[in-house]
Design a protein around this ligand. Structure first.
Ligand SMILES: Nc1ncnc2c1ncn2[C@@H]1O[C@H](COP(=O)(O)OP(=O)(O)O)[C@@H](O)[C@H]1O
Ligand SMILES: [Mg+2]
Length: 249
């Protein structure tokens, strides 16, 4: 019941994005990867669900070596892993309810009544029970995030991957999303990996925080450990002091 990345390398052309990325997320944990924009955070998530193939290294999810799996086994594994996209990625022409139902309709053997029941359950878990008939354009930014989360949890995942869940939200909505991430862990016992550049949010929700820098995990520790890190690179990022980085180079 864990996610493990072992020495993952990934380059796009000449640009080496991941350069030996190693991290584990244990059962029931919330681990946050923080790093600046363009540092390879989304790339990391895509390797976990097999959308991108690492050039080197291994990714293990739920005891399986993701990049050794055949297609059927990969699809089966993906059903255990919910992915909450950075920009909700809702279909504008479909109601919230239909957006949440979409993944369920692809699962064999579910009756329409079961699908509706799971949709309503997912919507109520994110406090959107009254909004199923709305269209995405009628939702606030925070509600769109919640709808995206409902779509992921409707599939009963064992793991949840969140790509920048709080980016672009106002502070109150950020707090609400943070609480939802904790609530999903507590109510659904999911194992969570959160990708963000929001250090305050990382402090609030994480069991452990991993600092991504130049394609590697520079430091991993509890929020307290990261807060009191002596690494100038970690402090440059968490305290917002780029001059600490320049001192180091
Ligand atoms: N499919 C791709 N093809 C080429 N370059 C990519 C691709 N995906 C990401 N990149 C590049 O890799 C770097 C890291 O991207 P990304 O993982 O999206 O960063 P982050 O999520 O941390 O902002 C960026 O420079 C981006 O332009
Ligand atoms: Mg990204």
């Amino acid at each position: 019941m864990s996610i493990e990345l072992k020495g993952v390398h990934k380059a796009f052309g000449a640009s080496k994005v991941l350069q030996g990325f190693t991290l584990d997320v244990q059962e029931g944990e919330i681990v946050t990867v923080i790093g600046p924009s363009g540092s390879g955070k989304s790339t990391t998530l895509k390797t976990i669900i097999g959308l991108l193939e690492p050039d080197e290294g291994e990714v293990w999810v739920d005891g399986e070596n993701v990049h050794q799996l055949g297609l059927d086994a990969l699809y089966a594994l993906r059903r255990k892993v919910g992915y909450v996209f950075q920009f909700a990625a809702l279909f504008d022409s479909m109601t919230v309810r239909e957006n949440v139902a979409m993944g369920l309709r692809r699962m064999p053997g579910l009756s329409e009544a079961e699908i509706q029941e799971r949709v309503e359950d997912a919507l109520s878990r994110v406090d959107l029970e009254g909004s199923g008939a709305r269209f995405p354009a009628q939702l606030s930014g925070g509600m769109k995030k919640r709808a995206g989360l409902a779509r992921a949890i409707a599939l009963n995942p064992r793991y949840l991957l969140y790509d920048e869940p709080t980016t672009g939200l106002d502070p109150l909505t950020v707090t609400m999303v943070d609480r939802l991430i904790l609530r999903m862990r507590d109510e659904l016992q999911v194992t969570s990996l959160v990708i963000t550049h929001d250090i305050e949010s990382a402090y609030r929700i994480s069991d452990r925080i991993a600092m991504l820098f130049e394609g590697q995990v520079l430091e991993v520790g509890t929020p307290e450990e990261i807060r009191s890190s002596e690494s100038s690179r970690v402090r440059a990022f968490v305290e917002g002091k780029p001059e600490l980085l320049e001192d180091h180079q």
